[in-house]
Write a protein that binds this ligand. Structure first.
Ligand code: PGA
Length: 254
């Protein structure tokens, strides 16, 4: 049985003051939801304050990005040991990083290796753009991303990963993928590629989230799909009813 994992990707939202108010309001409810991993991914500047606020809870913390080097002359970047002081998870290869900051699969792959070397659990994002979707290239694009991002990892490392399937056209648009569509990409393309690269056991062990316009009203249908192990939630993770979303997700999988 794969343990479900729900993560909130706050993106570039929330100052320390705003995040403190918000997390105080959701902390107890979120902590009470059983049998799912719950992770908040705030901006770097907010991580330390959130660590203190969440220290007595089971709610995990993640960064939204990270450099692969341990230290050096990389102005503006944050290293794996810096993230590990504050967080247990790190989102890598989000489509906004790929689109606006030119991250490639090769860079994401370096980051994944660095995260694992520093005992951080990566949430590795893959997904096709709208043009690629329209051109029927989803399987090819997502398959290549999985191969590129996981290159050089052992089966044991891959088994412990979280992969987030986030079709770019579904992110922040209110236009979520269909459950059947997302489930097929996750089951056939993502798990299928991992099964071919490694073995069935590894493909069945890796946890795969769906992301893209997930909200409290549609989370149950996604979680009902046997290949979907959770969600990476953007906009809806900034609202108090994120707690309801996580609760419904947990109940659906039980
Ligand atoms: P969204 O974002 O839930 O606002 O669509 C998801 C994501 O980018 O991780």
């Amino acid at each position: 049985m794969r343990r479900p994992i729900l993560a909130g990707n706050w993106k570039m939202h929330m100052t320390i003051a705003e995040a403190t108010d918000f997390v105080r309001s959701i902390r107890r409810g979120l902590n009470e939801v059983r049998d799912v991993d719950r992770v908040l991914c705030p901006p770097f500047t907010v991580l330390a304050a959130m660590r203190d606020l969440l220290s007595a809870t089971e709610i995990g913390l993640g960064a939204q990005n990270m450099h692969w080097e341990e230290k050096g002359a990389f102005t503006g970047e944050v290293s794996p040991p810096m993230v590990r002081e504050l967080a247990q998870y790190v989102i890598l290869g989000h489509s906004e990083r790929r689109a606006y900051f030119h991250e490639t699969d090769e860079m994401v792959n370096r980051k994944v290796h660095a995260a694992l070397a520093h005992d951080l659990l990566p949430i590795v994002c893959v997904g096709e753009t709208e043009a690629q979707y329209d051109a029927g290239q989803t399987e090819q694009v997502v398959g290549a991303q999985v191969r590129g991002c996981l290159a050089g990892l052992t089966a044991g490392q891959v088994s412990g990963l979280v992969v987030a399937y986030e079709p770019v056209w579904a992110i922040g648009t209110g236009k979520a993928a269909t459950v059947a569509g997302a489930g097929a990409v996750i089951g056939l393309t993502i798990r299928g590629t991992i099964a071919r690269l490694y073995d069935q056991g590894t493909a069945q062990a890796v946890r795969v989230q769906y992301g893209g316009s997930v909200n409290p009203a549609n989370i149950a249908e996604f979680m009902a799909h046997p290949d979907v192990d959770g969600a990476l939630v953007g906009g809806a993770s900034l609202k108090p009813d994120f707690v309801d979303l996580v609760r419904v997700a947990a109940e659906t999988k039980r």
